[in-house]
Design a binder for this molecule. Structure first.
Ligand code: EPZ
Length: 420
């Protein structure tokens, strides 16, 4: 297993280019199952989850060719409708092949993803919606088995909880359903609008993506199309925090500032100096930041995927801050590791109360999930001495060359193999 070794207290400066959004690339790749024709994708992030999705599509019978950030995927026929557990357990986003498979082929067998470090991660809303569209769902030996006699039927779907991949799964399935599907209380994340843009290029009839009501008129078939994946707003936020936590001067290029309003408002409230252009954000923090309170919410609220990273920043801010996690039930695992670095944090239910300290101290820590790993790297950048973050495979799932990009900003960071 590999670790990341960071020598802290190094001010970052310079410019970093943001890659494509992992959480847009994954559903878009899954949606290629919906029709024949070649789909050429660009600005695809080179991260492990994308490789896993490519392996899953190949397992199902797709032809997948890639060259750096460019992917060409065609699915003329499938050889299997089964997404096996060994693939699904490493990447829960595999569940997004469920909607396209049952919509186009009338059958899908997808291993239940199970929980993960941040919560139970149920998919009950995905399944209930597919049943309303006429699919017969059974759970057998840890697999979801979805069957549809003929085409799915359009339906009115109301999601009790705003679910990102649930909205995407049903939006994709509805593209080929008979009649109209209306999704109410749909998730509004920018990645959903990106998936919809790609589907519309392929001939789908979708209105309202990006709002909480999405209407899809089913069509008989979808054709191939080309698409450039939007920039990753969470990667954007992670590098902005890297600039702030090291009291540096960092420009994030090739991003979409309008997708990060919630985070930018908090960074500005904390006293960071932000210069925002059409596709770049420059952050400067010459002095210790002020503490701020925040609550994670579905988009356009403050993103849960930035909660851990901003907590690292608040750990050395001036004063007390309260962070409330409302999206996932156990997304505070990184707190225990930050405490090992000297952070003063108290957990009370889904609230974390942070009292900023002057300085964190470097320590050996353990990554537990993708964003917690990023949080610990950021804390290490600011801490006094050396920090070793173990199990960085979590990081590689969703960040492309994070160590190289940080080193390009002046960080003293390197990757090392850990003795087993
Ligand atoms: C997506 O996960 C993202 N993943 C997550 O990013 C992100 O944290 C999350 O949305 C919230 O923004 C991808 O897009 C691949 P949800 P998803 O369904 O869709 C409950 C990262 O770091 N729920 O929006 O799985 C659920 O338990 C990852 O890149 C149900 O109860 O999240 C949670 O409390 C981590 N039943 C809430 O909804 C369901 O059927 C939101 O979950 C589905 C969800």
């Amino acid at each position: 297993m590999e670790s990341m070794v960071i020598q802290g207290e190094q001010r970052l400066s310079g410019s970093v280019r943001i890659g494509g959004a992992k959480n847009s690339a994954l559903p878009i790749m899954a949606s290629t199952l919906l029709g024949k024709g070649s789909c050429r994708l660009t600005n695809v992030p080179q991260v492990m989850d994308v490789s896993t999705m490519a392996r899953l599509l190949t397992h199902l019978g797709a032809t997948v060719e890639s060259d750096e950030d460019r992917f060409s995927i065609s699915v003329n026929e499938i050889s299997s409708c089964r997404a096996p557990y060994e693939l699904v357990k490493t990447m829960r986003a595999s569940v997004m092949v469920l909607g396209p498979l049952v919509a186009r082929y009338g059958e899908a067998v997808v291993a239940l993803p199970g929980g993960c470090a941040i919560g139970a991660r149920p998919i009950n809303l995905h399944l209930a919606a597919l049943e309303r569209m006429g699919a017969e769902i059974t759970i057998e030996h840890g697999n979801v088995h979805a069957r549809a006699k003929g085409r799915l039927r359009g339906a009115r779907i109301y999601f009790d909880v705003s679910t990102v991949t649930g909205t995407e799964n049903i939006m994709m399935a509805a593209c080929l359903a008979e009649g109209t599907t209306v999704i109410e209380n749909a998730a509004r994340e920018p990645e959903i609008a990106d998936v919809a843009q790609f589907l519309i290029k392929r001939g789908a009839r979708i209105a309202g993506a990006g709002t909480d009501v999405i209407t899809i008129e089913g069509v008989a078939a979808l054709r191939g199309a080309d698409h450039q994946i939007i920039p990753d707003r969470i990667e954007t936020g992670t590098y902005l925090v890297a600039g702030a936590i090291t009291k540096g001067d960092v420009t994030v290029a090739h991003c979409r500032p309008e997708h990060s309003e919630g985070l930018l408002a908090k960074l500005s409230e904390a006293g960071a100096d932000l210069a925002i252009e059409k596709e770049t954000i420059r952050i400067r923090a010459t002095q210790r930041l002020r503490s701020v309170d925040l609550k994670t919410l579905p988009y356009p609220g403050f993103p849960t995927d930035m909660q851990a990273q901003v907590m690292a920043l608040m750990a050395i801010a001036h004063g007390p801050s309260m962070i409330t996690e409302t999206v996932f039930e156990s997304r505070f695992i990184h707190v225990l590791e930050l405490q090992r670095m000297g952070a003063d944090i108290r957990i009370d239910g889904n609230h974390a109360v942070i009292t900023g300290v002057e300085r964190l101290s470097g320590a050996p820590v353990m990554a537990s999930d993708l964003r917690a790993s990023a949080c610990l790297i950021l804390a290490g950048l600011a801490a006094e001495g050396e920090t070793r973050v173990a199990r960085v495979y979590h990081l590689d799932r969703g960040y492309e060359r994070l160590d190289t990009k940080l080193a390009g900003l002046g960080a003293r960071i390197s990757r090392t193999k850990e003795r087993p």
